[in-house]
Write a protein that binds this ligand. Structure first.
Ligand SMILES: *Cc1c(COP(=O)(O)O)cnc(C)c1O
Length: 410
């Protein structure tokens, strides 16, 4: 280590030595040559070594040997069984409410469309969402509004923060039908208050759809306890399912019979193998599945849920926030003088598992960091995001990235 930032490497070494999750790093595939610092696990998590073995077994065993019989033997149930496990370990969801399938964009469409149709029938045509939400969420909402005649109500939060209860309240009324919020804002890392926002929307007779892409597998998400209606999330960020890993959806038991999703496919039918005329939705959460689920792409998700189950989500969250605190501390101490700002909440209770830095030359800085094998990501216009996936990221790696940022800016 260059030691450009006095004491930082030493502090990182001490934190790594005391880290109860340090052993988890060896569970992940080590690249050849190894990357110096990977800080983008919030966009694409690293693969677990167990996943290479699981894929091998899938190809040779369940697919190569059992062939089509595997659908009956395990795959028909897989989206629901894996959903239940994910729900228990990461989402605070009782069985029968979580399923895996589709991409986040498609699943978001299905659940949002179902919620808006239900709300419109109840004379509540407004869909409330915020301008800082991830592009896909805004675009899907625009499409659903065009299709249904729903009215979009835009919240414009402070970009350095996110959706706040008091601000949201000003936009809730008797015409509010659905509220769409991301639990953790993809840019600022602001963590919205899931329980309070859900309760406020409920008070107004609206349904809430939470996007958990940046919190699933890393932060506590107590869906049942907060009485959440609907949620979707991604499996390839902190849940390490890999590129193209499917989304997951949550539909509270009390809503499953009431809502109709728009992509009525044979796999959500009450009797898929009868193949009869007319769609008849399955009982329970299966009705939200449309077609054949991506079995191979679920392997990494299964392995990450098993690992989180082993170590406990609480330990994962604790380390995520400690890594974030380390970043904030070092930036304040050493990088503020070089024009680097912290654009994420400083309060760990309001922050997700990435820390957003700002610098006027962020784009060029990020490009040069990638050249030296230090990998965060850039977001328009002046943002570098440091993703802190706690199972696979060391404090030393974070220190290396911050040293490189200091060197390049100097
Ligand atoms: C990553 C992310 C998505 C991604 O959607 P895909 O369909 O998987 O491309 C959607 N919403 C949010 C909030 C995200 O962070």
């Amino acid at each position: 280590m260059s030691g450009r930032l006095p004491g930082v490497a030493e502090r990182a070494a001490a934190l790594d030595a005391a880290d109860p999750l340090a052993w988890c790093r060896a569970e992940f595939v080590e690249g050849e040559p190894p990357v110096r610092a990977y800080l983008d696990g919030n966009s694409l998590g690293r693969p677990l070594r167990a996943t290479a073995a699981r894929l091998q077994e899938l190809v040779v065993g369940a697919w190569g040997t059992r062939l089509i019989r595997s659908w009956d033997e395990q795959w028909m149930q897989l989206p629901l069984e894996l959903g239940d496990h994910l729900g228990r370990v990461c989402l605070g969801a009782a069985p029968g409410q979580v399923f895996v399938g589709d991409s986040t964009t498609v699943l978001l469409y299905k659940l949002l469309r179902a919620a808006v149709a239900d709300a419109m029938e109840r004379g509540r045509p407004q869909l409330v969402l915020d301008t800082e939400n991830f592009p896909t969420n805004r675009y899907v909402a625009e499409g659903v509004a065009a299709e249904t005649g729903a009215e979009l109500v835009w919240l414009s939060p402070d970009p350095a923060r996110g959706v706040e209860l008091e601000h949201l309240r000003e936009h809730l009324g008797e015409r509010t039908g659905v509220v769409l919020v991301s639990h953790v804002a993809y840019k600022s890392s602001w963590r919205a208050d899931l329980a309070e926002i859900t309760a406020a929307a409920r008070e107004h007779g609206a349904l809430v759809l939470w996007d958990l892409c940046h919190s699933a597998g890393v932060l506590p998400v107590d869906l049942d306890a907060a009485d959440v209606d609907l949620a979707v999330g991604c499996s390839y960020k902190f849940l390490n399912a890999g590129p193209g890993g499917p989304a997951f959806g949550y539909v509270a038991t009390r809503l499953q019979q009431r809502l109709s999703q728009p992509v009525q496919g044979w796999m959500g039918h009450a009797e898929p193998f009868v193949m009869g005329p007319g769609y008849r939705p399955a009982e329970g959460v299966r009705r939200f599945i449309s077609g054949t689920p991506p079995v191979l792409a679920m392997a990494g998700l299964a392995d990450t849920v098993e690992l989180v189950d082993r170590v406990g989500l609480e330990a994962v969250t604790t380390k995520a926030l400690a890594l974030g605190a380390f970043v904030v501390e070092v930036v304040d101490e050493h990088l503020a003088g070089l024009g680097v700002g912290v654009a994420s909440p400083r309060d760990p209770g309001r922050r997700g598992a990435h820390v957003t830095l700002t610098h006027p030359d962020a784009r060029e800085l990020c490009r040069r960091l990638w050249e030296v094998d230090v990998v965060p990501d850039f977001r328009e216009p002046d943002v570098v995001r440091l993703g802190l996936a706690p199972l696979s990221t060391s404090y030393a790696e974070v220190a290396t990235a911050l040293e490189e940022i200091a060197r390049l800016l100097d």
